[in-house]
Design a protein around this ligand. Structure first.
Ligand code: C5P
Length: 311
């Protein structure tokens, strides 16, 4: 009998920056209660899933040497979770996942979460499961705090661990310069450092409402005044060079700079696209980061790449 091998499916998925990240106290389960505003940026990974006699994960692109290829990879956990949820044997999925990295690894931009979201989205199509966004988001939330947002994209208010989302109106395209550092920071270590710092001084970011109002107005200058991240002090404490990076971006003309999530990536909000290119050039010569990118946001969440290119 002729067996039909399904066509590989490729999904593009965005990085995120937190425009506002308010970290509450540590919960019983070790997580921290968050109030955050995510924005999806035009730095993307591409994830291809295919049926294969050689199941597993392969990773290409920048920083790929630091990405685990076993069950520690969140994308592989996405395969086994979705297999379980759809009545398949999680130890015999017959799936190969190929990841092409454009999002910095361990950079605070949710690259691993993005790959997990893309894998869920792609497998839903490969296995013809026809799960809706809400069902995928439930599974995504079990995989990690940032996975549901990578599915959804745009700009969103996140609560709980960050996994409960409400879309936010953002009228404007914002232009960003992203400064990448060589060595990543571990998210649990950064949360741990924040808990430690808070024993001595407890500065917290303000309320989220003004951030939402600035997004509705669409003026990047207004938004720049309100960017805030409770994890920033902890990331700077663990990686003091970030203080210089943040200052250099503002000296180069950015409206404001912020550590992205748990860092060490820094994101600089710029007036417009031309300014972003100019600031990126200046920052790349300042010796305060490994490399720079320009990006725009918001962009869409995980989506199919129509023409499949076999990479
Ligand atoms: O959910 P995720 O696997 O991305 O979280 C990674 C780690 O970051 C957690 O194990 C926890 O240490 C920390 N974290 C936290 N509070 C959150 C999200 C993450 O403490 N809301």
């Amino acid at each position: 009998m002729l067996s039909v091998v399904p066509t590989p499916i490729t999904v593009r998925v965005p990085a995120k920056v937190n425009l506002h990240l308010s970290v509450g106290d540590s919960r019983q389960d070790g997580y921290h209660e968050l109030v955050t505003v995510f924005q999806a940026l035009s730095l993307t990974d591409e994830v291809t899933v295919r049926s294969s006699d050689e199941p597993g994960i392969e990773v290409r692109g920048e920083g790929s040497d630091d990405v685990p290829l076993d069950s520690d990879n969140l994308a592989w956990r996405a395969v086994t979770e979705l297999a379980r949820a759809s009545g398949r044997d999680p130890d015999d999925t017959g799936v190969r996942v190929s990841i092409n990295k454009g999002i910095p690894v361990a950079g605070g931009m949710a690259g691993g979460s993005a790959d997990a979201a893309a894998t869920l989205f792609a497998l839903n199509a490969l296995w013809k499961l026809e799960l809706g966004r809400d069902e995928l988001a439930d599974i995504a939330g079990r995989l990690g705090s940032d996975v549901p947002f990578a599915l959804q994209g745009g700009t969103a208010l996140g609560t709980g661990r960050g996994e409960r989302l409400v879309p936010v109106l953002a009228r404007h395209t914002y232009h960003w310069v992203i400064a990448l550092h060589g060595e990543g920071l571990g998210t649990p270590e950064v949360y741990g450092e924040l808990d430690r710092l808070r024993r001595n001084s407890d500065n917290r970011v303000g309320e989220v409402e003004p951030v939402l109002e600035a997004l509705a107005s669409g003026d990047p200058r207004e938004l720049a005044l309100l960017l805030g991240n409770d994890l920033q002090a902890a990331a700077v404490s663990l990686r003091p060079v970030l203080r210089r990076t943040l200052r250099a971006g503002v000296d180069a003309g950015a409206l404001a700079g912020i550590v992205s999530g748990s860092g060490p990536t820094c994101a600089f909000l710029c007036t417009d696209g031309e300014d972003a290119v100019r600031i990126a050039a200046e920052l790349s010569g300042a010796g305060v980061c490994r490399t720079v990118r320009v990006a725009q946001g918001p962009v869409a969440g995980a989506r199919l790449v129509e023409e499949h290119s076999d990479r």
